[in-house]
Design a binder for this molecule. Structure first.
Ligand SMILES: [Zn+2]
Length: 126
């Protein structure tokens, strides 16, 4: 039996949820919520993902869908698509979108230079 997930959005009250579509994966519910949140009619409503077969319900807070601009590629994405990058000392640096996060953390150091073993060594002069 195929799994079903229903995306719902908060209606007039916080107890009144409206069906926004049925999907076969959890991720597709998130994608659909992103599209709604990027639209002009979205006003910070919470979302909910419901699995009718199991009764599972998960509320997704509106702040996850706040539209933010990635400082790297200037694309506007939902907050939950942003990742916090870390510099080479593990200090939280800034939020970027998932695709930039992979580019930055995979091979490159925080300063845009390629990350090498030399970056790992702590110079005793400092
Ligand atoms: Zn980006």
């Amino acid at each position: 039996m195929a799994e079903r997930y229903v995306l719902q959005m908060e209606g007039r009250t916080q107890y009144d949820f409206i069906d926004k579509g049925e999907f076969d994966t959890y991720e597709k519910c998130y994608d659909a919520a992103d599209r709604i949140a990027a639209g002009p009619d979205y006003k910070d409503e919470d979302f909910r993902i419901v699995e009718p077969d199991t009764g599972f319900k998960q509320r997704l807070s509106a702040h996850l869908f706040q539209q933010e601009e990635c400082p790297e590629c200037r694309k506007t994405v939902s907050h939950h698509r942003m990742c916090r990058t870390y510099d080479c000392h593990g200090i939280p640096f800034r939020f970027v979108c998932h695709s930039c996060y992979e580019k930055i953390m995979d091979g490159k150091g925080y300063d845009g230079e390629y990350y090498t073993e030399a970056d790992e060594r702590i110079d005793s002069d400092y």
